[in-house]
Design a protein around this ligand. Structure first.
Ligand code: ADP
Ligand code: MG
Length: 629
């Protein structure tokens, strides 16, 4: 077959540019990335060959570096799974991982910021073009006869053609760009491998003739043993860090490293990392975790949903079981009860470590919380077994405190006579703080938790109580703070005061005017400054959740009707009550509608009939101006 010339997907070209720019001071990581890929390819073939031994020739898996100084090339070759034509086009010509494209929108062109972002999706294969002006990949897929040669200068296009006599696996040859000769020096390469790839579990060897064309044995450059089975005392922070980069395809530093060996009925080694930065694909609908399952040092799958709960999908790393059978399908593995046990053990351990970190170093825990908090909230909703533990790990903003607060802090600060833990949900902290529904809480010094994660609407109803205190929404009807003494005695008297006379008659008029739009009209016991506010009835969907569902077109049926609460102590309400008592009802219906629309606006809801709203507003303004004149 003749040579095909193909163009990179537009985003690949963009990524290539950005990688080149942001890696200028860390050029040598190209080698780590290519070795990482080679090692993954061997892992995959090792597993596939368990059920299809004919795929492998029985040779030991390894990665081989060779240098040709005359040709100014460095080749990184592996005897792993290999790629056929379609694999080459798909893997090296496009960005396949979902979410990467969206994440790339956030790249700025500022090398330092982009570097941090790139950390979220790894630099990968394209880092080769940071040091090479031409890259040649020759590959033959295990089990197939045809080999393929892929060539590119990294400038928008590449060619693919059939290659004769390609050995199984992949060889990546870098034609070094001018000024990059250091990467043709065995001593430099040795050092880079030791620094970044020592943890790779298979041998990385340097071809014997790399130096001065001397014949002899290949030289192994790394320790070539699985890092996670080594004892902790034998592993440096840098070893852990580099292993994290490899296993997590990440570029940042691990925020937390969890390394232990479980012994007892089940034996397994665990080496898990919590990233520092939030990976870009954390909120993809698949909610896939990124922990690899090994069985007795053989990679099995990175797609065993049963291994780790979805809410811990920020974890990166490895679980290596001594007991699971190797020679079974992934489907069988997933139904294996041992996996459920491992999952339970790992979950407990991870949550325990998080708890410890939260106690020992609250500041650092706050950075974790800011990146991954919403996931633990998913856990509260999904994992009833761990609910208590998870609740202790949650952090909140609140109306009375700066910084993050825990539920325990909240409970310890509860006011005398306060019976529940109160929260309010919305999109934005600052807007929430100004909610009219909070006025009564403020008057009585009652703290309210401010919840702004979409997931808050799901876990809060799942938690009946914490430390014996029920969890209640402040935007629901029936909040009773009468047992809590007001902060300010003068206001206390005002609050006890029933307000305007004739309030019952006004309410009756409001009810008939707003009959089709609200469920009920009531006197509020909590408003101090605003004339009115909306609340949800006891068993109705909370208002913020309804808004969320509406945004995502998930709301079956119509919106629920709300209860309008009115503040009898507010001058506008007082004046209206007077007018009704005097038998002047001309404006009451219009003003009732205006007040309702105003409450909707404060809530962040839409005004259902904007033109009616503006007509009423104009006529009210006009009357106001006439009176003033
Ligand atoms: P990542 O390793 O994070 O998936 P890379 O850019 O490093 O991203 O590699 C892209 C893809 O190309 C890999 O996922 C793999 O499918 C394929 N690939 C790269 N190098 C090799 C190799 N040596 N052998 C087989 N496949 C490879
Ligand atoms: Mg890679």
């Amino acid at each position: 077959m003749s040579e095909e010339k193909l163009e990179f997907q537009a985003e690949v070209s963009r990524l290539l540019e950005i990688v080149a720019k942001s890696l200028y001071s860390h050029e040598e990581v190209f080698l780590r990335e290519l070795i990482s890929n080679a090692s993954d390819a061997c892992d995959r073939l090792r597993y596939a060959a368990l059920t299809r031994p004919e795929l492998s020739d029985g040779d030991a898996y390894k990665v081989r570096l060779s240098v040709d100084k005359a040709a100014r090339t460095l080749t990184i070759a592996d005897n792993g799974i290999g790629m056929n034509r379609d694999d080459l086009v798909e893997n090296l010509g496009t960005i396949a991982r979902s979410g990467t494209l969206a994440a790339m929108q956030n790249l700025t062109g500022d090398a330092k910021k982009d570097m941090a972002l790139i950390g979220q999706f790894g630099v990968g294969f394209y880092s080769a073009f940071v040091v090479a002006d031409r890259v040649e990949v020759v590959s033959r897929k295990a089990g197939e006869d045809a080999g393929w040669r892929w060539i590119s200068d990294g400038k928008g296009a590449y060619t693919v053609a059939e290659a004769d006599d390609a050995p199984r696996g992949t060889a990546v040859t870098l034609h070094m760009a001018e000024g990059k000769d250091e990467f043709l020096e065995p001593a430099r390469l040795r050092h880079i491998v030791k620094t970044y790839s020592d943890h790779i579990a298979l041998p990385i060897v340097m071809a014997a003739d790399a130096e001065d064309g001397k014949a002899g044995e290949d030289e192994t450059l790394n320790r070539a043993s699985a890092l996670w089975v080594r004892s902790k005392s034998d592993i440096s922070d840098d070893d852990y860090k580099e292993f994290y980069h490899h296993v997590g395809h990440a570029f940042d530093d691990p925020w937390l490293t969890i390394h232990y060996r479980a012994e007892g009925t089940l034996e397994y080694a665990v080496l898990l990392f919590v990233p520092t930065m939030q990976p870009f694909d954390l909120f993809q609908p698949e909610r896939k975790h990124r922990v690899k399952l090994y069985v007795r040092r053989v990679f099995v799958t990175d797609d065993a949903p049963e291994l780790v709960p979805a809410y811990l999908r920020f974890l990166r790393g490895v679980v290596d079981s001594e007991d699971l059978p190797l020679n079974v399908s992934r489907e069988m593995l997933q139904r294996n009860p041992m996996l459920a046990k491992i999952r339970q053990g790992v979950t407990r351990r991870v949550l325990g470590e998080l708890q410890r970190k939260a106690e020992d170093d609250p500041e650092s825990y706050a950075t974790f919380w800011e990146a991954f908090g919403p996931l633990l909230k998913e856990g509260v909703y999904e994992d009833a077994d761990q609910r208590e533990t998870l609740l202790k790990l949650l952090r909140f903003r609140s109306t009375t405190q700066e910084g993050w607060v825990t539920l325990d802090d909240y409970v310890a600060r509860m006011r005398e006579g306060q019976e529940a833990i109160y929260y309010i949900g919305g999109e934005d902290i600052e807007a929430l703080k100004k909610s009219p529904q909070l006025e009564g809480f403020k008057a009585r010094g009652v703290e309210v938790l401010l919840l702004t994660d979409p997931v808050d609407e799901f876990w809060t109803p799942a938690v009946r109580d914490y430390a014996g205190k029920p969890l209640k929404s402040a935007t629901r009807v029936g909040t009773d703070l009468s047992g809590v003494p007001p902060v300010d005695e003068a206001e206390a008297d005002a609050a006890d005061d029933k307000g305007a006379d004739g309030i019952d008659a006004l309410i009756a008029r409001f009810k008939s005017a707003l009959e089709d739009e609200v469920k009920d009209v009531r006197v509020s016991r909590l408003l101090t400054e605003s004339p009115v506010c909306l609340v949800a009835d006891e068993n109705d969907i909370d208002m913020h959740l309804e808004r969320l569902l509406k945004q995502h077109n998930q709301l079956g049926g119509g919106a629920s009707k709300r209860i309008l609460e009115i503040n009898p102590r507010h001058p506008v309400i007082g004046r209206l009550a007077d007018l009704v008592q005097q038998g002047d009802e001309t404006q009451v219906a219009d003003l009732a509608h205006l007040l309702l629309d105003q409450a909707r606006i404060v809530e962040g809801d839409q005004v259902p009939d904007p033109s009616a709203f503006s007509r009423r507003l104009m006529s009210a303004l006009q009357r106001g101006l006439t009176l003033a004149a």
